[in-house]
Ligand binder design. Sequence first.
Ligand SMILES: Nc1nc2[nH]cnc2c(=O)[nH]1
Length: 359
Amino acid sequence: MDEEETMLVKEEGEETIIVLPQLLKLKRSQWWILVFISIFFLISAQAVAVLLGRFYYDKGGNSKWISTLVQTGGFPILYLPLCLLPPSSSSSSCLSSLKTLVCIYVSLGLAIGLDNLLYSLGLLYLSASTYSLISATQLAFNAVFSYYINSQKITFLILISVLLLSFSAVLISLDDDSDTPSGDSKLKYLLGCLCTLVASLIYSLQLSLMQYSFEKVLKSETLSMVLEMQIYTSLVASCVSVIGLFASGEWKLLSVEMKEFHEGQVSYVLTLVGTAVSWQFGSVGAVALIFLVSSLFSNLIGTLSLIVTPLAAIAVFHDKLTEVKMVAMTIAFLGFAFYIYQNYLDDLKVQSARETQDD
Ligand SMILES: Nc1nc2[nH]cnc2c(=O)[nH]1
């Protein structure tokens, strides 16, 4: 085996167990490059998607089912990179029967569809600040699920990292100057809080289950598994959104919404297409991080994106850059650095364990 191959280290009690990586054929340097590319995709694309989503609502868009659909509906663009990558390993297709694959994709797809709907409702009924405040709980939920479902060891560095990122999200939300809902929409406000809380719970569970599927069921060694996971779960989630769009009758209002969009019809279509494409790039980044590192790390980077989005809003929507925002971002980057340092330490352990093995 190549000396630079990547491995993950999990510690149980005093013992150090070396767990074979998902991507056996990847060199460590390639692994780090892929991790940083995925981080870049997740942070930048999710920020663009959230800002475009806000633009859609600001300029007269009002359909919760369309907002839900664009979060997954752009999946056909992923067929192009899927064709360029080598197919997922034969071992995975032997080991996992078609039935198991369908089961995984349908259940995760349904969870994603539900999460996306709740996410859209949360954004519709709550101010951005309250939304981010409640969303910050997803890191804590994820830490619990990762511990029980993925046997993730919560080291001191990981714990500090999760706490710093959560604290930073809370700071950002307290500083947000967007409107709070008026008194007569109290019920909608409570509904928004509940939807966001349940969405955070479902999102964290879904990430942990995805990691479990990669590690324990699919056991794939190729990156095309990441795209397949994203494509098929998005297909199921998009079906849920299309059914919702027709069942709710919202589809009848779309032509009016398009005509009345403040920036014109072309802008309406471009906004939705842009949002759908951005969500796909962001989601591929998120799934790739689950595959390469862990669900908790993916969630942490997603939360980091939540925190840097106000930075982009300063440029696009001319929001104010306050001191609190700057402090929150500094804390968030510190938390991120702690987790990256933990990954680096794991990497060193793998190296020394390998050297001991070779001796
Ligand atoms: N609940 C929830 N759903 C998402 N879908 C994509 N990102 C997120 C997120 O951060 N939270």
